[in-house]
Design a protein around this ligand. Structure first.
Ligand code: UT7
Length: 331
């Protein structure tokens, strides 16, 4: 088991677009039903960015709230990381757009592209940096506008995704018994890369009339296969974390899983034998917001008092890449 890495969540904030798209919107346009969407995914509605909103505008809004929550200013931030697969543009990074919008002094800024596991990847990376560098405060944001890469003619994917962003400010802590990242795991297995991908628009398949005609700039997913792997990996992550960290399910105050499908979350909850109120869900309201889903959950739980100082909180995610990761934190 790795040594605990002293980190503290000094502040959080979230930004969700105001526009709400209920399941009925899809029922009116596609061969689907509200019952199918609710039963197969748990989703009732999602948020969708309007004209003028983008990954960077949502990320910046969330970052400002996190700064206010932490009682810090942009000048206190040493590094900006944005976890996203829907960047502002191909380059520069979305993190650079956030740096510009916040207006602080020059700092390192870059994006992490690990899809739904992106926030956990960023959290682990930040924790090591906070322990082994001069950086004291890192602004880590999960931000997505999945609606911009969603094919609204494909009923098997379009019902799933939503837009949103949430920011955390992570600060270095030296107290060995204080807040910390206690256990972590991050993995990727490229053999599954075609199961969930946007095939075109990059170096492999640049934009052309063909890619546009074949709608290859949108998310393509082998849903059933991804589902089965997500269940398997989530269970493995939970078992490994509990065994290696030497904690019992009852020790965990709250699990905040990536919000991909209520049934995937439910299978993990049953494995842990935890009551429903110890596993956080908000997929009903936001759908799958990829890298933003876990930090949105963290922010909602801090705000509502569902997690309190000293609590053990388990974060788990699985997504495109294929990537997966977990983080057991003492908040
Ligand atoms: O966040 C990253 C990781 N992502 C995930 O973990 C998502 C994983 N996948 C899933 O959540 C599920 O696979 C879906 C929700 C995408 C699909 O649910 P499913 O229970 O796996 O359905 P399925 O793909 O096996 O399809 C069952 C049937 C098919 O019809 P036939 O072939 O049985 O006649 C689909 O065509 O459901 C049909 N179907 C729909 N029917 C009504 C697919 N989408 C819809 C729809 N409305 N929107």
């Amino acid at each position: 088991m790795p040594d605990p890495l002293g980190i503290r969540i000094a502040g959080t904030g979230r930004a969700l677009p105001e526009k709400v798209v209920p399941n009925q919107w899809f029922v009116d346009r596609l061969d689907t039903t509200d019952d199918w969407i609710r039963e197969r995914t748990g989703i009732l509605e999602r948020r969708v960015a309007s004209d003028g909103e983008s990954t960077a505008t949502l990320a910046t809004q969330a970052a400002r709230k996190a700064l206010a929550d932490a009682k810090l200013t942009p000048a206190d931030i040493d590094l900006i990381i944005v976890s996203t697969i829907t960047p502002e543009c191909q380059f520069p990074s979305t993190a650079c757009f956030v740096q510009q919008a916040l207006g602080g002094p020059p700092v390192p800024a870059f994006d992490v592209a690990a899809a739904c596991s992106g926030f956990i990847y960023g959290l682990i990376l930040s924790s090591y940096l906070l322990q082994n560098s001069p950086y004291r405060n890192i602004l880590l944001i999960g931000a997505e506008t999945m609606s911009r890469i969603t094919d609204y003619e494909d009923r098997s994917t379009c019902i799933l995704f939503g837009d949103g962003a949430a920011a955390t400010i992570l600060s270095a802590v030296s107290d060995a018994n204080g807040p910390a990242l206690l256990h972590h795991c991050m993995q990727a297995e490229g053999s599954g890369l075609s199961m969930l991908a946007v095939p075109a628009g990059g170096s492999r398949l640049p934009a052309s009339k063909m890619t546009l005609d074949e709608r290859l700039h949108y998310v393509k997913m082998q849903g059933r296969e991804v589902y089965k792997l997500a269940v398997k990996r989530n269970l493995e992550l939970i078992d490994t974390t509990l065994a290696e960290a030497g904690v019992k399910p009852d020790d965990i105050a709250l699990v905040i899983p990536h919000q991909s499908n209520l049934r995937i979350i439910e299978s993990a909850r049953q494995r842990l034998g935890l009551p429903q109120d110890r596993v956080f869900t908000n997929i009903q309201r936001y759908g799958n917001t990829s890298a933003a889903s876990i930090p949105i959950g963290l922010d909602e739980c801090r705000e509502s008092g569902r997690i309190k100082p000293g609590d053990l909180v388990l974060l788990v995610a699985f997504g495109a890449g294929l990537t997966w990761g977990s983080a057991l934190i003492r908040v």
